[in-house]
Design a protein around this ligand. Structure first.
Ligand SMILES: NC(=O)C1=CN([C@@H]2O[C@H](COP(=O)(O)OP(=O)(O)OC[C@H]3O[C@@H](n4cnc5c(N)ncnc54)[C@H](OP(=O)(O)O)[C@@H]3O)[C@@H](O)[C@H]2O)C=CC1
Ligand SMILES: O=C1OC[C@@H](O)[C@H](O)[C@H]1O
Length: 380
């Protein structure tokens, strides 16, 4: 019963934003958003309204009218008809980059070159080399760059990691991390199915399934044991199932699918956003690891005993309705302000994730998504 009340309360709060009052003695971090992207309201606009030190100041779209309509709808002060104009706005401190994957590198490099911090959507870029270059530029300019791997900032993921590290269940033997959605969820013309824009299930959902495998095992694969891909067009995987060997006895399976065919062509499959971690003395079933603020459960089983845990807040941070994105924004703003953060995704972490994605694509012969043609000026 209490979990239903909690669910209703969290969802109600999600649709009725509690606006935070600005802090009197602190300048807010002013964000500019590149593109009127579908994910921007959930991943930045709503969390910023609930953060006392974050403001979304401007949005840019390729078409100025689209930017203006988006700005009006979301109460954003400025709208630009080009991404560069927004980046050049001296009032903006940080850029949120939710462009298609294949444009992450170019526009992050341009934003960093202009002296802006960047909150960058996942996956960081099309290649590990581009990811490295972005982080090197950020470091050389003393700027914050974060790949928005939002689940890493939520207390539920931390709780699962803490159980694994507590040794209650002994060493990890295997993991299965899944992210699947039914066919029809994404339209055929979605950016996720466009090779030239960095599309593919492994780039999209797969960036999380690889990331959670690495996070929960604390290890990097030593070998790709097998990969099976179903394609939506000759260069783009709709589904990828990859099996990995990790150090010691660990094996991991990462499953992602942008459109599971309906059963008998009639019944859509349920989304699968679950992680299973099998350990020597028991296992953990983490339900809905991607959007745990809506609902999640952490079921720990040893022998015939099992218990269910939930973690919506940290002891000293958060509210039950804080989404993964709100927790992520908390860390980003703290980092920009030079304060400690409760969690972070490092340069090395982002590069390693991209290396694994590329190595899976190499194994099947599909190959990495196209390298950006953008060449930064030599002065950068
Ligand atoms: N953190 C998370 O939970 C999620 C992250 N993502 C990530 O965010 C990014 C965007 O995803 P999503 O919001 O779903 O995508 P959308 O298609 O809604 O948005 C992409 C934006 O990119 C701009 N754009 C620029 N060039 C192109 C082009 N050639 N073709 C298409 N769009 C272009 C468009 O901006 P304009 O307005 O200028 O036309 C559009 O608003 C991806 O990297 C994805 O992986 C996505 C969903 C969830
Ligand atoms: O990042 C994401 O998270 C949620 C998914 O629906 C989406 O495909 C992906 O881009």
């Amino acid at each position: 019963m209490s979990s239903i009340v909690g669910f209703v309360s969290r969802v109600r709060t999600a649709f009725n934003p509690l606006e935070a009052k600005p802090l009197p003695n602190s300048e807010p971090v002013k964000f500019g958003v590149l593109g009127a992207a579908a994910i921007a309201p959930e991943a930045l606009l709503a969390p910023a309204k609930r953060h006392p030190e974050a403001v979304v100041h401007a949005v840019a779209a390729r078409d100025k009218e689209r930017a203006e309509a988006f700005a009006q709808k979301h109460g954003i002060t400025k709208a630009y008809g080009s991404y560069q104009e927004l980046i050049d706005d001296p009032e903006i401190d940080a850029i949120y980059n939710p462009l298609p994957n294949g444009l992450h590198y170019e526009w992050t490099m341009k934003a960093l070159a202009a002296g802006k911090h960047v909150l960058l959507e996942k996956p960081a870029a099309n290649t590990a080399e581009e990811t490295r270059k972005m982080f090197e530029l950020a470091e050389s300019k003393g700027l914050v760059l974060l790949e928005a791997v939002h689940y890493r900032f939520h207390p539920a993921s931390h709780r699962v990691k803490a159980i694994i590290e507590s040794d209650e269940l002994g060493p990890v033997l295997s993991t299965t991390t899944s992210l699947t959605l039914p066919a029809g969820y994404f339209k055929p013309n979605d950016i996720r199915f466009d090779y030239s824009l960095g599309g593919g299930a492994l780039m999209d959902m797969g960036s999380y399934t690889i990331s959670t495998m690495r996070y929960f095992t604390g290890a990097k694969p030593t070998e790709i044991l097998s990969v099976k891909q179903d394609l939506s067009n000759p260069q783009v995987d709709r589904r990828t199932v990859a099996k990995f060997a990790l150090p010691g006895p660990i094996t991991s399976t990462a499953i992602c699918d942008l459109g599971v065919p309906w059963k008998f062509g009639l019944i859509p499959s349920m989304p699968d956003f679950n992680a299973t971690i099998k350990c020597e003395k028991g296992d953990i079933q983490f339900t809905n690891y991607l959007l745990p603020s809506v609902y999640h459960s952490i079921t720990v089983t040893t022998g015939s005993k099992s218990r269910v845990e939930k973690a919506y807040t940290f002891p000293d941070l958060g509210e039950p309705w804080w989404s993964t994105y709100r927790y992520q924004l908390e860390a980003f703003v703290n980092k920009v302000k030079g304060r400690p953060t409760h969690a972070w995704v490092t340069k090395e972490d982002s590069i390693e994730n991209m290396e694994i994605i590329e190595s899976v694509y190499a194994k099947t012969g599909l190959g990495s998504r196209p390298k950006s043609e953008y060449v930064p000026p030599s002065s950068v």
